[in-house]
Design a binder for this molecule. Sequence first.
Ligand SMILES: Cc1ncc(COP(=O)(O)O)c(C=O)c1O
Length: 270
Amino acid sequence: MSGRIPEDHHGRDRHDAGNVPGANAGAASTGAIDPLEAMADYCEAKGIWLHVDGAYGGFAVICDEGKQALRGIERADSIGLDAHKWFFQPYQAGCLLVKDVSTLEKAFAFRHDVLQDTIWGANHPNMSDRGLQLSRSFGALKVWMSIQTFGMAAFREAVARGMQFAVRAQEYVGESSVMELLNPSSLGIVCFRINPAEQEVDEKDLEEVNKTVLARMFWEDRAFITSTSLNGKSSLRLCILNHTTTWNDVQEALESIERYGIDALASTRK
Ligand SMILES: Cc1ncc(COP(=O)(O)O)c(C=O)c1O
């Protein structure tokens, strides 16, 4: 990501900063987290704007495990967050947090005669001065109402549970004789594939086997898992973020994957 940033809140001119680095607080494929503290140190020393992509993983900070994993995120200049991901909201509820809101206003605020009656002073911001949209719906209402209804404790528990289940899923994969861990659990995501330790299977066949497993999981309605590609290897991707998911659901999904994997491996030998 790159862009021009107006003068920052320390009074330094950042126009010449050039590229704006984006740090991952939960990469889409793996949930991987960039070294946020180190990036914040570097950006601070060089006067560079630090943007953190927390679209997927940012809300993990609401629980202790997530706060620990995302240490340093609070030092970002801006953070993108999707409440329609790990904050359990209906589409769409994307948002942007900025340390200094005047940076948005410098970029987006405009005056038009027909809007003159909307200027009510400092405690009455017009959200249109902070982004591209002029007419907009009250997107934050559903987020606020769901917190009022269920309480933050329910959100914290649901996020923490997803992270804990992913750790347990990683352990399950580690103990399986037919599964290979491709990326350890991070923020509720674990990546692995069918690849038996005791059997030599070439990469092309492994790809077919794993595609077959994914298709069977979908068509036999076992669980909705997805796939990704990691260093050229096709990977199954378990992303555990539904608040109704139980460990039993995760375990059943893993057992089905193993069973379908064994079937698919048998057909490659024919
Ligand atoms: C890490 C990350 N960043 C950005 C996005 C894009 O978010 P959106 O689809 O809400 O624009 C996603 C997923 O969609 C994501 O996982």
